[in-house]
Ligand binder design. Structure first.
Ligand SMILES: Nc1ncnc2c1ncn2[C@@H]1O[C@H](COP(=O)(O)OP(=O)(O)OP(=O)(O)O)[C@@H](O)[C@H]1O
Ligand SMILES: O=c1ccn([C@@H]2O[C@H](COP(=O)(O)O)[C@@H](O)[C@H]2O)c(=O)[nH]1
Ligand SMILES: [Mg+2]
Length: 179
């Protein structure tokens, strides 16, 4: 049996992944690992050899190579000392999926994918609103348009892949957070 149980949490930018992961942690005790948060922390880490590369991808809404993201996720999983994880915002493309499967086979089992479905307009409005205080370099209209393009062109097919495996639980991201 694999050491770790994983629920992937996917959806467009601003669909509410982070918000709902906090609720699930509060009610069910999973460990929440946001791939985006881990990348932002690595970008800020003094001496990181990946800082500039990560920032370029974040601003452009493109996807960081899987070796970087998967290593950060794996280290965070090991450091937590826990077994049940919500992995938020990963895998986002085929490179992510293939890299994860290769590195984590026999180590982590993907039990389910929570997919928050949300309209483009809601995603953009929420992220622009969040951008007033978030300090995120990608909560602006130019980056958001690129992030949505990446989501449509690269991430939707990953959700479809897990749908075929009957692992996707689809939720309406337009609902209020409590609902
Ligand atoms: N259901 C909701 N209704 C209204 N506002 C919401 C809802 N869910 C989240 N928000 C707000 O929308 C913004 C984006 O939410 P959140 O950070 O959870 O999204 P995310 O999917 O993690 O986005 P990203 O991919 O950009 O990290 C936040 O300001 C949050 O408070
Ligand atoms: O697996 C991942 C997760 C994130 N990124 C990059 O980070 C930004 C922001 O991610 P959020 O989930 O919205 O916090 C995303 O647009 C990517 O550029 C990544 O490359 N790989
Ligand atoms: Mg988030």
């Amino acid at each position: 049996m694999a050491k770790y149980n994983v629920v992937f949490v996917l959806g467009g930018p601003g669909a509410g992944k982070g918000t709902q992961c906090e609720n699930i942690v509060r009610d069910f005790g999973y460990v929440h690992l946001s791939a985006g948060d881990l990348l932002r922390a690595e970008r800020q880490r003094p001496g990181s050899q990946f800082g500039e590369e990560i920032e370029g991808h974040i601003r452009n809404g493109t996807i960081v190579p899987v070796q970087i993201t998967c290593s950060l996720l794996r280290r965070a999983m090991e450091d937590s000392g826990k077994n049940n994880f919500l992995i938020d915002g990963f895998p986002r493309n085929k490179d992510n999926l293939d890299g994860w499967n290769k590195a984590m086979e026999g180590v982590a089992d993907v039990k389910m994918v929570l997919f928050f479905d949300c309209t483009e307009k809601t995603c953009i409005d929420r992220c622009l609103n969040r951008g007033k205080t978030s300090g995120r370099s990608d909560d602006n209209l130019e980056s958001l348009q690129k992030r949505i393009q990446t989501y449509t062109n690269s991430t939707m097919s990953i959700i479809e892949h897990y749908k075929k495996m009957d692992l996707v639980c689809e939720l309406n991201g337009e609902n209020s957070p409590d609902k």
